[in-house]
Ligand binder design. Sequence first.
Ligand SMILES: O=P(O)(O)OC[C@H]1O[C@H](OP(=O)(O)OP(=O)(O)O)[C@H](O)[C@@H]1O
Ligand code: HPA
Length: 229
Amino acid sequence: MESNMAGWERKQTDTDKGIVIPDDWPGYPLDLFTYPEHYSEDLDCVYIPHGVIIDRTERLARNIMEDLGDHDIVVLCVLKGGFQFCADLVDCIKVLCRNSNKTLPMRVDFIRLKSYLNDQSTPDLHIVGADNLSVLNGKNVLIVEAIVDTGKTMKTLLDHVEAFKPKMIKVAGLLVKRVPSGTGYLPDYVGFEISNRFVVGYALDYNEYFRDLNHICVISDGGKLKYKI
Ligand SMILES: O=P(O)(O)OC[C@H]1O[C@H](OP(=O)(O)OP(=O)(O)O)[C@H](O)[C@@H]1O
Ligand code: HPA
């Protein structure tokens, strides 16, 4: 049994880490896919193609429906990196609601946390903007986050959200990075466990670049240099 940050006990199973991408996964050559020409010098490889992200998201939506179906939930989207995953996950849940006997009434709220400069987490982790989160009081909350890397953002967010005394908190994280110095936090729903490389695309950025790329890619050293602050 493991205890998550919200304090609930749960058993860890084989599928908890999602699709585990090993350290020696080289990714796909860029030329096998389409991507914006303006990033042609800035990427090493396509790490997770867009279609695979969507296929995995469909399954996460099904798992969420099975666990939470017939409850009302508040989806809390973590901006900016989480906007694409959240939009696609909500779309998948909507499709399931239209095509099954179960239903999952959702409202969607947003919170923005910012801490990264270049490819580094900084101690300056702050909440930039948030809807009035008092609406979370007594509610079932599903936090939707694109990536858990060091885990600092998720820790800060969970502490913040818990203060509003929701009835339940679940977390969906598209990516969890294997980092030796990480907090080890594992969301309730995980898309992929990835190696310790800086990835961009599908709304994940490097200094605000690459959010307009649909695949998840590994940024090249040249790309890091070009967009460095
Ligand atoms: O686990 P951690 O090491 O804390 O990193 C994860 C966070 O880092 C990124 O946010 P960022 O601060 O870059 O803001 P952004 O989402 O606006 O790009 C990402 O979107 C996560 O929220
Ligand atoms: O690998 C990453 N890519 C983009 N944003 C991030 N925020 C934490 N880790 C990452």
